[in-house]
Design a protein around this ligand. Structure first.
Ligand code: 6GU
Length: 236
C-alpha cells in the first residue's frame, strides 16, 4: 500500500518509522511518503493560509498549494482515496480501518482546524474518492495526530504487517466487544491472584470465561455497543 501525507508539520510523522510500521516500510509492504505542503508554495514566506471570506476568527488554508500537491501525489494513480481528517467528518471505526486497509493508495490531507478552503474537497473529488473522517467528538488543533492514529489502525491490518494474524482478531472491536483481561507471570503479584480458571488448563472453560468478561466489560464501559437489553423499555 502507498500512503501520501500532506502536512505543514511533516516531522510529526517521524514516529511512524518505529516499530511495526517501520518494519513494514523496510520490508516494502508499506510505501509511506510524508510531504511538506509548503513545497507547493512559491512566495517568499511560503504562505499556506489567508483570512476567511465573510470574516470570522482564525485563518483558512488557501487552495492553491493543496491543488498543486494533490495533482502531484495522485499523478498516475488509478483512483486514490483522499482522506481529510476533520471533526466534521464521518466517525472512524475499526470497520473504516478495515475498509481502507484494502486500498492501493491513500492520501491524507492534514488541515488546521479552522479549515481548508471548501473548493479543495470538490477538486480532490475529481482525482479520487474523498472522505472526511473524524476520530471522535472532541477537537484537535490539526489533522496530524488524527492521521497518525488512522495510519496505525489501517497499517496493522495490511497483510504481513502484524506477524501473527491471530493477534488481530483477539482485539477490542474486531467482534464488536471490548477485549478480555490478560495476565502473565507471576501468578500472585502484590497479593493479587490471577483468576484460577486461567491456570486450570481447561480450554473450554477459559474461552467461556473470556467471552463473559468481554460482555460484562462492554456492558459496563460501552453499553452503546450492545443491542438494547430486553426489559430496558417497559411499556407502562
Ligand atoms: Cl480527524 N481532526 C481534528 N482536527 N480534530 C478532530 C478529529 C480530526 N477527530 C476528532 N477531533
Amino acid at each position: 500500500m502507498r500512503i501520501d501525507v500532506l502536512s505543514i508539520f511533516p516531522s510529526y510523522f517521524d514516529g511512524l518509522a518505529l516499530s511495526l510500521l517501520g518494519k513494514a516500510q523496510d520490508a516494502g509492504i508499506l510505501d509511506l511518503r510524508v510531504r511538506d505542503l509548503r513545497e507547493w508554495t512559491s512566495d517568499r514566506h511560503r504562505t499556506v493560509d489567508d483570512t476567511p471570506y465573510g470574516g470570522g476568527a482564525g485563518m483558512v488554508m488557501k487552495p492553491e498549494p493543496w491543488g498543486l500537491a494533490l495533482d502531484e501525489v495522485t499523478e498516475g494513480s488509478e483512483r486514490p482515496t483522499v482522506i481529510f481528517p476533520s471533526p466534521a467528518g464521518e466517525l472512524f471505526t475499526q470497520a473504516t480501518a478495515r475498509e481502507l486497509s484494502a486500498r492501493e493508495h491513500l492520501v491524507f490531507g492534514c488541515g488546521r482546524y479552522e479549515g481548508i478552503d471548501e473548493r479543495v474537497f470538490e477538486y480532490a473529488a475529481t482525482l479520487g474518492d474523498v472522505r472526511l473522517i473524524s476520530l471522535g467528538d472532541y477537537v484537535l488543533n490539526g489533522g496530524e495526530v488524527a492521521t497518525m492514529a488512522m495510519i496505525e489502525a489501517i497499517g496493522r491490518l495490511i497483510p504481513g504487517v502484524v506477524g501473527n494474524p491471530e493477534s488481530l482478531v483477539e482485539e477490542s472491536h474486531e467482534d464488536g466487544l471490548l477485549e478480555y483481561p490478560s495476565y502473565t507471570k507471576p501468578s500472585v503479584w502484590r497479593e493479587r491472584e490471577v483468576p484460577a480458571v486461567l491456570l486450570s488448563g481447561n480450554h473450554g472453560a477459559i474461552a467461556s470465561w473470556r467471552r463473559e468478561q468481554q460482555i460484562e466489560r462492554t456492558r459496563r464501559r460501552r453499553p452503546d455497543l450492545l443491542p438494547p437489553e430486553a426489559g430496558d423499555h417497559p411499556h407502562s
